[in-house]
Design a protein around this ligand. Structure first.
Ligand code: C2E
Ligand code: MG
Ligand code: MG
Ligand code: MG
Length: 286
């Protein structure tokens, strides 16, 4: 049985690649080799402080360089990893890679908070918490510099267990963010109980801010709700200057989107960051 998100992903997957089940089976087998053969790569997309334009955070987004299919986007293979028991190894690999990248940036004098996406399956993995703590210790990365992005649907699966585990991560000092906020099934009662710092407004509400008054109402109310609950807000899917300015005016703290930067390989993002000088006021981000 699929989770709702996985079911959506199946539809996207079929529509995009028009694969039959034989090809799907081969993708499942290929994925098993992908991690060990070094076919996965992490791209990084910056998040800026919308008031100062300073780059303060990045999100780690996995990519799969398939030897025959080329670049396979995460929406086409994360659900396979989730269904075939490979998501724990995948997340651990992404997490370690992101910590190593954090260190490389530190060595260049660039300090960024790095966000890693966490699946529902990870929250059920009894070894996950110990893995994360161990990795932070061995890479010597302060917990405060890591954000865990968790979707509402990941929490809905088993709310009590998820809340307990997220509280432990929060206790360590990590930031917890609710990803794709507004698209899941969680209630406000549940949101109240969640040990989170931040809501990340889904891009479907942000992309059309310029022309869609309903989206403006939804985003404005969400920012207000978050602030009233003591949470900060990130908007993803900023695709034009209008959305960026509108969100800044409406006191949204952080922004992420193609208008600022697409996700890039670490080296490319490093050059981009050095061009921005990442220091508020010294140079405009855009
Ligand atoms: P997400 O966590 O909501 O990440 C944001 C997605 O929105 C990324 O897609 C990003 O490239 C895209 N995006 C950002 N700004 C814009 C914009 O302005 N316009 C548009 N159209 N898109 C924008 P991506 O990299 O394809 O990742 C898709 C999803 O795959 C992620 O959504 C996340 O749910 C999942 N994912 C990616 N990497 C990982 C990972 O390491 N582990 C897990 N469990 N899931 C991951
Ligand atoms: Mg995310
Ligand atoms: Mg998101
Ligand atoms: Mg999303």
């Amino acid at each position: 049985h699929y989770t709702r998100k996985a079911r959506q992903a199946v539809q996207i997957y079929h529509a995009d690649l028009d694969v039959n089940s034989v090809e799907r089976l081969s993708l499942i087998n290929d994925l098993k080799k992908a991690i060990s053969c070094g076919q996965l790569e992490v791209f990084y997309q910056p998040k800026i402080n919308l008031q100062s334009n300073e780059v303060t955070h990045v999100e780690a987004l996995v990519r799969w360089q398939h030897p025959k299919l080329g670049m396979v986007p995460p929406d086409n293979f994360i659900y396979i990893a989730e269904q075939t028991g490979q998501i724990n190894a995948l997340t651990q690999w992404v997490f370690s890679t992101a910590l190593a990248q954090y260190k490389s940036w530190c060595a260049l004098g660039i300090t960024l908070n790095i966000a890693v996406n966490i699946s529902a399956e990870n929250l059920k993995d009894p070894d996950f918490y110990a893995f994360v703590c161990q990795a932070l210790t061995s890479y010597q990365v302060p917990a405060e510099k890591i954000t865990l992005e968790v979707t509402e649907s990941a929490v809905v699966d088993d709310p009590e267990a998820a809340i307990a585990l997220l509280s432990k991560f929060k206790g360590q000092g990590m930031r917890i963010s609710i990803d794709d906020y507004g698209t899941g099934y969680s209630s406000l009662a549940q949101l109240k109980q969640l040990p989170v710092h931040e809501l990340k407004i889904d891009k479907s509400f942000v992309q059309k801010l310029k022309d869609d008054e309903d989206d403006q109402i939804i985003v404005r109310s969400t920012i207000e709700l978050a602030h009233n609950m003591g949470l900060s807000v990130v908007a993803e899917g900023i695709e034009d200057d209008y959305a960026k300015c509108w969100l800044a005016e409406h006191k949204c703290e952080l922004g992420q989107g193609y208008f600022i930067s697409r996700p890039k390989p670490a080296l490319e993002l490093t050059s981009w960051l050095q061009e921005q000088k990442i220091i508020a006021g010294e140079k405009e981000v855009l």
